[in-house]
Design a protein around this ligand. Structure first.
Ligand code: AMP
Ligand code: MG
Length: 323
């Protein structure tokens, strides 16, 4: 290795593959923050007062480095629950937990939560938002639904339109479709070359780590439905006049690409489930069970974040409100 003549001796890059102490320190700082973030993203390691329901974690969480096969994951499963009626009370309990914890997150105004929802068409992203976040104060919550990029969006780097919508401090933000579209629809429809979408897995991991280090907890849910279930849901959209607005003839074209999409999802989830920003593959044929899994995962993660009401100003005790 040639030495840099312009650097003083102690600033020279070390030889023999050793890392410079400054570089090491920087790496250690990032590792420490990432380890903390990973503990929050694995709430069962933090939440001790109120253990999450069993069997919960890491039941649907994809472990870093794990290669998933969607065909091996049953979208119909629902633990020991058999009917919607059996989960209603528990779902409501989790909604209330989310409500209270969100209030604290908002008041604390230091950290935030980004929830990514992805699914095949009809997979239930909209329904999940409607049912899980019913109790949340709209002031502390934002939903962004990403469609085909506008001309302006398309003329920037692919992360641009997502990055400026990530949550500010104190907020919960939901991405209804997200930066993963740029390794899903884009790949399936050959909108960019393979070496371009392939490198995006790495870019996405770095992006999510950067968010993590900025006190944003990133949680990602893939709502996993079967091809038969999609058929039933598309038929029901066609038959019900109040649902027809949700039907697009394009959905039929996309359905023909089912296998290609499943492959793209498998690769995206396998490549981008990290300790700090995990993917959950949620069995989603039963809508009520899907809602339960998403709600309790969010509630448990918020509990691990453990947001605190800030202290009031000093000397409030003696204050008398004038008439
Ligand atoms: P919907 O969510 O049903 O309203 O549909 C939104 C459409 O936008 C879907 O067909 C997505 O595949 C498409 N879409 C979202 N993000 C992108 C993207 N980055 N590139 C191309 N198409 C996209
Ligand atoms: Mg649609």
């Amino acid at each position: 290795m040639s030495k840099n003549k312009h650097l003083p001796k102690d600033k020279e890059a070390p030889v023999n593959g050793t890392t410079h102490p400054e570089t090491q320190k920087t790496q250690q700082a990032a590792d420490k923050a990432t380890t903390y973030a990973a503990s929050v993203a694995a709430p069962e390691t933090v939440v001790v007062d109120n253990p999450p329901p069993k069997p919960n974690y890491p039941l649907y969480r994809v472990q870093p480095g794990e290669r998933i096969c969607l065909a091996d994951i049953d979208p119909n499963t629902s633990e020991h629950y058999r009917k919607k009626k059996e989960v209603m009370a528990e779902l409501e309990k989790h909604r209330q937990r989310i409500r209270k914890l969100q209030e604290r997150l908002y008041a604390e105004n230091q950290r935030s939560l980004l929830i990514v929802l992805q699914a095949m068409d009809t997979g239930g992203k909209d329904g999940t938002i409607k049912h899980v976040f019913r109790e949340v104060n709209p002031q502390g919550c934002q939903v962004w639904s990403f469609k085909i990029p506008s001309d302006e969006e398309a003329s920037h780097d692919f992360l641009w339109r997502y990055h400026h919508r990530v949550p500010q401090r104190g907020m919960i933000t939901i991405f209804n479709r997200a930066h993963y579209e740029d390794v899903l629809v884009v790949r399936v429809h050959d909108l960019v070359k393979e070496d371009v979408w392939r490198q995006r897995y790495h870019i996405i991991n770095e992006f999510e780590q950067m968010l993590t280090l900025s006190n944003i907890t990133v949680l990602k849910f893939f709502l996993h439905i079967s091809k038969d279930e999609q058929k039933r849901r598309l038929e029901s959209r066609l038959e019900n006049p109040d649902k027809q607005w949700k039907f697009s003839k394009n959905d039929i074209k996309e359905r023909r690409l089912w296998d290609e999409y499943q492959q793209a999802f498998e690769d995206a989830i396998s490549n981008c489930s990290t300790a700090y920003a995990p993917w959950y593959v949620v069995p989603a044929n039963k809508k009520w069970y899907r809602n339960l899994v998403v709600a309790r995962t969010i509630a448990d993660t918020l509990e691990a974040i453990n947001p605190q009401y800030p202290n009031g100003e000093k000397g409030l005790k003696n204050i008398v409100i004038p008439d």
